[in-house]
Write a protein that binds this ligand. Structure first.
Ligand code: ATP
Ligand code: MG
Length: 213
């Protein structure tokens, strides 16, 4: 019985490795230097697959991967159907924020009931946030570099992830609202959890002990 774990390259892969190691799993290849999308581990029954961050829930939902690690941002957009989310891994921490140009008076625009143009990769999250506030928005879907949109007049605001705030600052933007704290979660295919319980449960227990609070 093989266990397949879906991870994305970059910070999620790097920050998940210590937790996998704590469960006795070591990657034998590095996705940054290897072009392989299926990586072997020290355990013959465990393999890692490398997918786009936003595709991790899809692989797990359909059972192509048994486990995965995905940001709460990605899970909110996906909807979480068919996924069991037993653990907050407390890695890849950042915040979902609304940001505008530093010369834009967001408070009065909202107070005056202006219709805001908001560019974001996180359309579901943004829609829910502004609907709850009763702010009318036109959402513009982007796939990256959201910071550019207000600078060239594509939008009044963006909804994006912020950690240090340096990217905002470098582009003369300011954060004006905090939508949610984000971290990455372990996700498990619900059928796999039942069928492969004897292998998966000890992994969950080991992750739980190794997660930094
Ligand atoms: P892709 O590059 O494939 O479009 P992505 O940009 O979402 O995807 P990453 O930048 O590796 O991929 O981000 C993966 C996850 O890490 C995100 O879903 C989010 O949960 C988290 N994350 C994103 N940006 C930051 C950040 N600046 N600091 C900490 N965590 C972050
Ligand atoms: Mg990125």
């Amino acid at each position: 019985m093989t266990i397949t774990i879906a991870l994305s390259k970059g910070r999620i892969f790097e920050e998940t490795m210590p937790l996998l190691n704590a469960a006795g799993i070591t990657a034998l290849e590095d996705p940054e230097s290897s072009r392989k999308l299926i990586l072997t581990t020290n355990r013959a029954d465990v393999r890692l697959i490398i997918v786009r961050a936003s595709d991790v829930p899809t692989y797990v939902q359909y059972g192509a991967a048994d486990l995965g690690v995905a940001g709460k941002d990605v899970l909110e957009e996906h909807g979480g159907t068919g996924l069991y989310q037993p653990l907050d891994m407390n890695i890849a921490r950042c915040r979902m924020m609304v940001a505008v140009r530093d010369d834009f008076d967001y408070e009065s625009a909202v107070r005056q009931g202006a219709r805001l143009r908001v560019a974001t990769k996180y359309v579901q999250t943004a829609r829910a946030h502004f609907a709850a506030k009763g702010v009318h928005v036109d959402l513009i879907k982007l796939y990256g570099s959201m910071e550019l949109a207000p600078l060239v007049g594509l939008s009044d605001a963006i909804v994006d992830l912020v950690s240090s705030g340096n990217t905002l600052k470098a582009n003369h933007l300011k954060a004006v609202e905090h939508i949610a704290d984000i971290s990455s979660r372990l996700i498990v295919n619900q059928a796999a959890l039942k069928l492969k319980h004897d292998v998966i449960q000890p992994m969950l227990d080991a992750f739980k002990l190794a997660i930094r609070k």
